[in-house]
Design a protein around this ligand. Sequence first.
Ligand code: ASP
Ligand code: MG
Length: 453
Amino acid sequence: MKFGGTSVGDADRVANAIDIVAERRHLQPVVVVSALAGVTNDLVAAGEAARAQDPRRVKEIIEGVRQRHEDVALRLVQHKSDFLEAFIKQLDKQIEEIDTILRGIALLGEITLRARDKVMSIGERLSSVLFAYSMMMRALPGEYVAAEDVVITDDHFCGASPLMDDTRAAAQRALAPLLERNRIAVMGGFIGRTREGATTTLGRNGSDYSAAIVGAALGADEVQIWTDVDGLLTCDPRLVPSARVIDRLSFDEAAELAQFGAKLHPRTLEPAVEANISVRVLNTHNPASAGTLITRAGADASAGPRSIARKKNVAVVHVTSNRMLGAHGFLARLFAEFEALAISVDLIATSEVSVTVTVDEKQNLGALQQKLEQIAEQVEVIDSQCILAVVGQNLMSDARVGARVLEALRGMPVKMISLGRSGLNLSIVVDDANADAAVQTIHHALFEAPVAV
Ligand code: ASP
Ligand code: MG
């Protein structure tokens, strides 16, 4: 059971999350928590302030982080107890440790990725210690387990990947004995450790991923991602208030949606797919609702669209060249330039003499254009674009889907269309300025309009 930052953001939310865990004790859960909402950002800022040798700012941020955790603990118990005292002791110890690290960063005037991970990891360490002690204060068998003793990773600091064999062994060692005794292990998400013992993180918002890694390592029945919405929706509800919860999705469909900013870290599904463990997205504000269940098979065999998502701030790169005609190796040369600049490509469409791709707008597109102009006659880069993605199963098996989508876009200039992954994702690129309206009309056409036969 993973609880995100807003689900442990203050004393009421922590109490609510603990109730949700307590009600599911018979399922033998392991709890994975994010840092309290906003704390990771604070820690990043503290690291930056240390690097900039601004001790006053560092002190101010760290004191704020300490105070927030103490306040939550005090509000949860409302009277002195041994557990509270033990918690405050732990808190002070952790704060002392981060002070030392930040002083080291300030001395050097430099922050390495490795040091940044050490600093950021404090957020989850504190939240998990807090959650475990809060359970004990409520006479529940919560027990803090260091995430570093469970999740073993490679050494790509700030974006590490798990080493699953090591992690399985570590999870058996650290968690299985607790499960046997019906204790509820509480650990931080986001954090891991290399074989050599250095603290790593899995990349921002990585706690979902942690939960799936731990679930896979233990062979859990289900990974539950507890968040603040009823599950994955047919559309962003800020755009379409009538958006509905999707009750079932396949791993493939959910992975596509996660790429487009659904409330799920994009890598969460990798361990789940590998171990074939279902993932459920649930709402801490509405625990009775069934949420979205993500499994290998997904919804029943029926094909069709499940959701429409969008990704803003992309740029379209059009490359036209007659040298492509009948030649081989042109695409390899073209993409070598993207590779050299470490620019990753989202969508691709080609014709006989042109290639169109989308990339993230915030990349070094000036340099890319220059490079591409050396190998192609015409290169055009258009920014402020948006990818609309209709995600579902075998989208093209029903001709009405494509027809409805294009009909909904009538009168709107479309920069590119691509149907990737065997009908899983129909992507359309339009101007950012038109994107919201396009999402609304497509959602209406696919999910609200009565089905015409
Ligand atoms: N606390 C980390 C972050 O803010 C990880 C997470 O919340 O999932 O990125
Ligand atoms: Mg999060």
